[in-house]
Design a protein around this ligand. Sequence first.
Ligand code: PLP
Length: 401
Amino acid sequence: MINQVASLQTEFVQRRKTWLPYGRQWIDEADIQAVVAVLQSEYLTTGPQIEHFERKLALRVGASYAVAFSNGTAALHAACYAAGIGPGDEVITTPITFAASANCVLYQQGIPVFADIDEQTYNIDPNQVAALITPRTKAIIPVDYSGQPADLHELRAIAKEHGLVVIEDAAHALGAAYDGQPIGSISDMTMFSLHPVKQITSGEGGVITTNSLAYYEKLLEFRSHGIVRDPVRWSQESAPVGWYYEMQSLGYNYRLTDMQAALASSQLDKLDRFVELRSEYAAYYDEAFSQFSLIKTPFQKESRQSSWHLYVIQLELEFLSTDRNQIYNELIAENIGVQVHYIPVYLHPYYQQLGYAKGQCLKAEKLFERMLTLPLFPSMTHEDVQDVIDAVFRVIGKYAC
Ligand SMILES: *Cc1c(COP(=O)(O)O)cnc(C)c1O
């Protein structure tokens, strides 16, 4: 009886009492004040805060231009438009990503082509990309998966050789660098997402950075109905009257509000601190699991400075008497908000209906069966990190075989 009570108590103590999500925003008083100030000002949308944020972000990542959008998916759509992706054009991307990285190609009636991943970094493998290039290939969309920059130099060389545009999906990688060069200044266009689980947030939001004036102008046009406000670019010699503007292409309303831009600017002030904390917690995980042979910790290339959006472990299923889903369920039962990033895009029913075959990226599919994302965000406490470590040892350790 006494023993039973004791063991029940141990179990109770071991399980986290509150839910720990895999990611969560960090909002402070400065953020709140920044939004409130806009609410009390003249402009709620496309006012001074948009340009202020765009300049601040471009400066931070070392790009000439930044264009803010209503979300990262809209930003990717705009980048595909600016790159000239049209019906039947092929665009090569990775299957280990959020569906938006490929959906943006479909929006333009292009054809997403999936290249398999590098087994170590889980980023797109440049050799696989090169092997898939055809006369119809127009662009490459690499993803800086989990915050670790993709092989951008190799991809750039391939793109240059074949006249392709590189649209980097850096939704995970604001604050990351490749050999010390900030992500956002390297590819033809780079997309950042401002969703609450990402590095910084504006609620919803996205940005494209570029060094090209031509792309910059196309992005601005696409964001606001295809309307051109610069008289130099009008079809008429001079403006008939003051109210005049021209719609020259089919654009959308993909604008960000000034409240959101103010929030994003305020969040950007904290980016370095956020990345520092994420890196610190990732290092704790690395250290704790370094001798734990049942999982693989994230491999990092020497030349890459990750922004640590995700901490993804791989289960060594050969040494385990269960599968990923059982371990997922048990960690969730422990209040540890593990996740799976991602279902290979082409395995989604929509892509299956389009005719994408299972088995086309075997490394991605193998990884998918084994991967789990552990909670990682800057407002975690050291106790939260320790709870995750304890639960991982307890749950996974049980299935050693
Ligand atoms: C979050 C994310 C997006 C989309 O960004 P939204 O702002 O949510 O539209 C695109 N690609 C990747 C890899 C992402 O993680």
